[in-house]
Design a protein around this ligand. Structure first.
Ligand code: HPA
Length: 288
């Protein structure tokens, strides 16, 4: 069954419409599995391999979920999976909805809202990013300590849905210090180096200019990408604890003098992805 026909992903979805949409999404998932995830994990570019570690997995292509278009970004498969990772029940998004594909912010954040609706308490957000900190070479894993939303968009604009969250969402500790501590412990136990820093989210799809990279670094950013910030905002709105890692696939534009390519982003993701997968698996297995 494909529900994709006639979907306009740019159609505006205010917060007030999310509950009805989540009703339909929840019903579609529950028709396939009763599994109640503890954690919802979004797998960014090149990180899709973690989905192979899932046990007893039920995989649902995006296009078979009501209101969801098929994922279009290269390197993104576009499936929601439910199963067990390290013995714990999780939901995974293999691929995500990006603003640069023309998706409305309300659609971009629907997967994390669905995680919450299915029972998850924690959202684990991952992404591929460019390094703004000059010490971050390709393959650096960066625990996200905070973010700067420079997309100019916000998923919470429009009538609020009080059944999901409050009108004015606090983002003081949006990226949970408690979970980041657990993440550091998981990385250390796996012998994986984990940097920390601030993720800057832009819409893309172009990579930044060298001047923009210098500006974003001066603003306090350590990594830059085209996702994650709207998801983190919506997750906090819905009461999820948020933790995340940027996989730095390349130095920011202008640092190396060479042009950036999507191929190098995917190659660095393929190299570092398995390292991050080990950290995530242990983090989930040892979550309290
Ligand atoms: N900029 C923005 N997004 C990215 C980059 C980058 O350099 N690398 C991977 N995703």
């Amino acid at each position: 069954m494909t529900a994709d026909a006639g979907i306009d992903p740019s159609r505006r979805i205010p917060p007030s419409e999310q509950p009805a949409r989540l009703d339909a999404l929840e019903a579609a998932v529950r028709a396939r599995t009763p599994l109640v995830p503890e954690v919802g994990i979004v797998l960014g570019s090149g990180l899709g391999g973690l989905a192979d570690d899932l046990e007893d997995a039920v995989a649902i292509p995006f296009a078979e979920l009501p209101g969801w278009p098929a994922a279009t970004a290269p390197g993104h498969v576009g499936r929601l999976l439910l199963g067990r990772l390290g013995g714990r029940a999780v939901a995974m998004l293999q691929g995500r909805f990006h603003l640069y594909e023309g998706n409305d912010p309300g659609l971009v954040v629907q997967p994390v809202l669905l995680f919450r609706r299915l029972g998850a308490r924690v959202a684990f957000l991952t992404n591929a990013a460019g390094g703004l900190d000059p010490s971050f070479g390709p393959g650096t894993l960066m625990a996200v300590t905070d973010h700067i939303n420079l997309t100019g968009r916000n998923p919470l604009i429009g009538g609020n849905a009080a059944s999901i969250g409050e009108r004015f969402t606090d983002l003081t500790n949006a990226w949970s210090p408690r979970l980041r501590e657990r993440l550091r412990a998981a990385a250390a136990a796996e012998g994986v180096r984990l940097a920390e820093g601030v993720y800057v989210g832009l819409t893309g799809p172009n990579y930044e200019t060298p001047a923009e990279v210098r500006m974003l670094a001066a603003l306090g950013g350590h990594a830059v990408g085209m996702s994650t910030v709207l998801e983190a905002i919506a997750a906090r709105w819905a009461g999820l604890e948020v933790v995340g890692v940027s996989l730095v696939t390349n130095a920011g534009a202008g640092y190396s003098g060479e042009p950036l390519t999507h191929e190098e982003v995917l190659a660095a993701g393929a190299e570092a992805g398995p390292r991050l997968a080990r950290v995530i698996r242990r983090f989930v297995a040892e979550l309290e």
